[in-house]
Design a protein around this ligand. Structure first.
Ligand code: ADP
Ligand code: AMP
Length: 213
């Protein structure tokens, strides 16, 4: 099963993608997580990506597409995957489609987690992330057992540099301009499913499970 998560930054794509990955036994592939791991490890890719990420901009397609195609070519992605944060532009979606077409494959579901902009800024200010294992928390809606410590791996939780309110606004602008057109793109392909992302995360997940079966 090949699934794409669509939605604004902070809509809950990562939260839902992790639950989908667990229930349906497919890897969760997040380009944002891959970039953050590279930043943490001080790689050249990380240095390049950070310049864009800190400004709330998209990392250029040339850098992003290659890491994603390399990742989904790995063995664990043979039976499918859930993509979180990719594609974010029409050219990215086209490259993914071309690569899949060559394998006689295609995307099964593009799940659009719908949350209006006014809900987003509060969510991002409360988000806490574990860069080591990729787990995500919220100080109010999904608090870790011990403040500042990851339940899953015990590492320190951080407030992401790009979750500052000014950067969140910029990311929302970029989303509307460059990523939102993908909703139409996948609608035309007949694979778009929209869920209400403003309800409790368990209820969002229940709606997604109903779609995926
Ligand atoms: P995205 O991957 O789309 O950027 P996240 O999954 O990281 O978004 O969610 C953003 C923040 O909102 C996190 O702190 C997360 O815990 C919280 N969150 C996710 N889904 C919900 C929800 N349905 N209700 C309230 N908060 C949520
Ligand atoms: P995310 O963790 O998905 O919120 O992504 C964090 C940041 O990483 C984004 O704001 C972008 O700067 C960058 N990024 C992640 N995925 C992509 C992508 N598919 N295309 C371009 N930039 C991306």
């Amino acid at each position: 099963m090949k699934i794409i998560m669509l939605g604004a930054p902070g809509a809950g794509k990562g939260t839902q993608a992790k639950m989908i990955a667990e229930k349906y036994s497919v890897p969760h592939v997040s380009t944002g997580d891959i970039f953050r791991a590279n930043i943490k490890n001080g790689t050249e890719l990380g240095k390049q990506a950070k310049e864009y990420m800190d400004k709330g901009q998209l990392v250029p397609d040339e850098l992003t597409v290659k890491i994603l195609l390399d990742r989904v070519a790995q063995d664990d992605c043979k039976n499918g995957y859930v993509l979180d944060g990719f594609p974010r532009t029409i050219p990215q979606a086209e490259v993914l489609d071309e690569a899949l077409t060559k394998l006689s494959e295609s995307i099964d579901y593009a799940i659009n987690v719908d949350v209006p902009d006014e809900n987003i800024v509060g969510r991002m200010g409360g988000r806490r992330a574990c860069v080591k294992c990729g787990a995500t928390y919220h100080v109010k809606y999904n608090a870790p057992k011990v403040e500042g410590v990851c339940d899953a791996c015990g590492d320190k939780l951080i407030l992401r540099d790009d979750d500052a309110p000014e950067t969140v606004q910029k990311r929302l602008d970029v989303y509307h301009e460059q990523t939102q057109p993908l909703i139409d793109y996948y609608e035309k392909k007949g694979v778009l499913k929209t869920v209400d992302g403003t309800v409790d995360m368990k209820d969002v997940f229940a709606a997604i499970c109903e779609i995926l079966g």
